[in-house]
Design a protein around this ligand. Structure first.
Ligand SMILES: Cc1cc2nc3c(=O)[nH]c(=O)nc-3n(C[C@H](O)[C@H](O)[C@H](O)COP(=O)(O)OP(=O)(O)OC[C@H]3O[C@@H](n4cnc5c(N)ncnc54)[C@H](O)[C@@H]3O)c2cc1C
Length: 429
C-alpha cells in the first residue's frame, strides 16, 4: 500500500473486506465530461451509470472508496422511502407518493441488479422484520399492513405472539411486520464491488484526493492539493462528510454519528434461535436499533447516536447496552468489533436532491436509508446529466428546508430534539 494512502477505520467490515486496492492520487491536470466528488454509493453509482452512457468520468475521493458511511453501515437495504407511504400520501398526495414508492422499489432492484451484473460478492440476503415495543406502534403496524395491501398491493405481514418470538428470537416485542422484498448485505464489499465495476467501465478513480473547491465557470475546474479536473458537470456525493465544500447545500443536512458492534461468531443453534430466517431487523424506537447476522454468523447490532465530533471512547459497551434488553441470552457473548460512522439527516428525513449553477448535481441526506436510495441517486443523476431529468426531479421536488441557523447554529436545536426523543425511547413514551 502507498504509505500516504488513508486507511479504513477498523471494523468487522474492514476485517472481512474482499480486498484493499489502491487507486492513485490525482496528480496534474485532467479533463472529463463529469467529475464526481465522493467515493461512496452515490458517487460510485453515478460514475457507473454515467460511464455506461458514454461519459468520461473522473471520481475524486478524499480517503478511500467506501471509507465513509458506505463502508460502515448496517447493510439494511429496505424497500420504499425513508418515510412510510401513508406519511408520503398525506404530505404529497397519492400520485406523487406513488412515484416515490415506485422509485423506492426500483432502488432495491437496482442494488440487486448491480450486484448480479458485476458479480459482487457481498453476502446479499433477502427479507426484513420491523418490531414494535409499544401497543400504539403495534396498532399502527396493523393499520399500515392493511394500507399497503389495499393501496400498493404490497405484502407486509403483521405478526405477533409465538410467530413474532420465533422470527425475532426474543419475546420482548409486541408486534412485527415482515416482508421479503427488502435485502441486506456487506456494505463495504458492496462499495468495493461498485468501485471495481466503475474502474472496469473506464472511470478514473483517484483516492487520497480531497477536493478543495471548484469554480463556477463552465467547464468547471475542480481542484485538489496536487491537481485539477476540468469538467462540464460535477456530481457532489459527499453526504455527511461534505464539510464546507458547498455552503449552498451544507445547511440542508445535519451530520450525526451512529454505532455498530459485531459479536463473536454465534453457534449454528444460536443463529437459528435468534434469527431463523436470516432477516435484517429494526425496531420502532426513534433512535432506532438495527441488527442482522453477518455472513459468518455474528450478530451485527447497531444503535445509539451522538451529535459531537467525537465517538464514544468505548463503542462496544455503548452499543451492547442497547442489545442486552433484546438478547439477554447473549450476556456472555464476546463483542469483537465496535465502530462508528457519520450519516446525514435532513429536516424532513427525506433525501435532498438538486442542482446548482453552473452544472452541479447533488444528492445527500439519506437519513439512514442510503444503501438503496444513494445507489438509485447515481442512476437518476446519470439520467439528468444526459438530459432526462424527469425522474431525478421527482426526488428534487421534495422540499429540503435548511436547518434553522444553517451550518453555524443547527446543532443546539437538533441536539435538544434528539435528546428529547431519546429520553422518550428510554421512558417507553
Ligand atoms: C453506522 C451507520 C449505519 C447505517 N446503516 C444503514 C443501513 O442499515 N441502511 C441504510 O440504507 N443506510 C444506512 N446508513 C446510511 C448509509 O450508510 C448512507 O446513507 C450512505 O452510505 C450514503 O452514501 P454516500 O455515498 O452518499 O456517502 P458516503 O458513503 O458517506 O460517502 C461520501 C464520501 O465523500 C468523500 N468526501 C467528502 N468530502 C470530500 C471532498 N472534499 N473531496 C473528495 N471526497 C470527499 C468522503 O471521504 C466519503 O467517502 C448508515 C450509516 C451509518 C453511519
Amino acid at each position: 500500500m502507498n504509505p500516504r494512502q488513508a486507511v479504513y477505520p477498523e471494523s468487522y467490515f474492514t476485517a472481512t473486506m474482499n480486498r484493499s486496492r489502491d487507486f492513485p492520487r490525482l496528480q496534474g491536470d485532467a479533463q472529463a465530461d463529469v467529475c464526481v466528488i465522493g467515493g461512496g454509493y452515490t458517487g460510485l453509482s453515478s460514475a457507473i451509470h454515467l460511464a455506461e452512457r458514454g461519459y468520461s468520468v473522473v471520481l475524486l475521493e478524499a480517503e478511500r472508496v467506501g471509507w465513509g458511511a458506505s463502508g460502515r453501515n448496517g447493510g439494511h437495504c429496505s424497500i420504499g422511502q425513508r418515510k412510510t407511504q401513508d406519511e408520503l400520501e398525506q404530505i404529497y398526495g397519492h400520485d406523487e407518493a406513488r412515484r416515490l414508492w415506485d422509485l423506492g422499489v426500483e432502488s432495491v432492484a437496482t442494488v440487486r441488479e448491480l450486484i448480479a451484473r458485476f458479480g459482487i460478492e457481498c453476502d446479499l440476503k433477502r427479507g426484513c422484520l420491523q418490531t414494535a415495543w409499544k401497543r400504539s406502534d403495534a396498532d399502527w403496524y396493523r393499520r399500515h399492513a392493511d394500507f399497503m395491501q389495499a393501496y400498493y398491493g404490497f405484502d407486509l405481514r403483521y405478526v405477533e405472539g409465538p410467530e413474532l418470538a420465533r422470527l425475532a428470537g426474543t419475546d420482548v416485542f409486541r408486534a412485527g411486520l415482515v416482508e421479503y422484498a427488502s435485502a441486506h448485505l456487506h456494505p463495504l464489499n458492496y462499495a468495493l464491488g461498485l468501485a471495481d465495476a466503475a474502474n472496469g467501465l473506464g472511470v478514473r478513480i483517484c483516492e487520497g484526493s480531497r477536493v478543495q473547491g471548484y469554480d463556477r465557470a463552465r467547464p468547471t475546474r475542480v481542484r485538489t492539493a496536487e491537481g485539477s479536473v476540468s469538467a462540464d458537470h460535477v456530481v457532489l456525493a459527499c453526504n455527511a462528510y461534505l464539510g464546507r465544500l458547498e455552503p449552498r447545500v451544507a445547511g440542508k443536512i445535519m451530520p450525526l454519528n451512529n454505532f455498530i458492534i459485531a459479536t463473536e461468531p454465534l453457534t449454528a443453534e444460536e443463529q437459528q434461535r435468534i434469527n431463523p430466517e436470516d432477516l435484517c431487523v429494526y425496531d420502532a424506537k426513534f433512535v432506532v436499533n438495527f441488527w442482522k447476522l453477518s455472513g459468518d454468523g455474528r450478530l451485527l447490532f447497531g444503535g445509539g447516536e451522538n451529535y459531537t465530533r467525537r465517538f464514544p471512547s468505548d463503542i462496544k459497551s455503548f452499543v451492547r447496552k442497547r442489545m442486552m434488553p433484546i438478547y439477554p441470552a447473549l450476556s456472555d457473548t464476546r463483542v469483537d468489533f465496535g465502530w462508528g460512522g457519520t450519516l446525514a439527516v435532513t429536516m424532513n428525513r427525506m433525501p435532498c436532491f438538486g442542482r446548482l449553477e453552473p452544472d452541479v448535481f447533488y444528492a445527500l441526506g439519506f437519513s439512514g436509508h442510503g444503501v438503496q436510495i444513494a445507489t438509485l441517486a447515481g442512476k437518476l443523476i446519470a439520467e439528468a446529466v444526459s438530459g432526462t431529468a424527469e425522474r431525478f426531479d421527482v426526488m428534487a421536488r421534495i422540499p429540503s428546508p435548511t436547518f434553522p441557523g444553517g451550518t453555524l447554529l443547527r446543532w443546539p436545536g437538533l441536539v435538544a430534539g434528539m435528546l428529547y426523543h431519546a429520553l422518550r425511547d428510554r421512558l417507553g413514551a
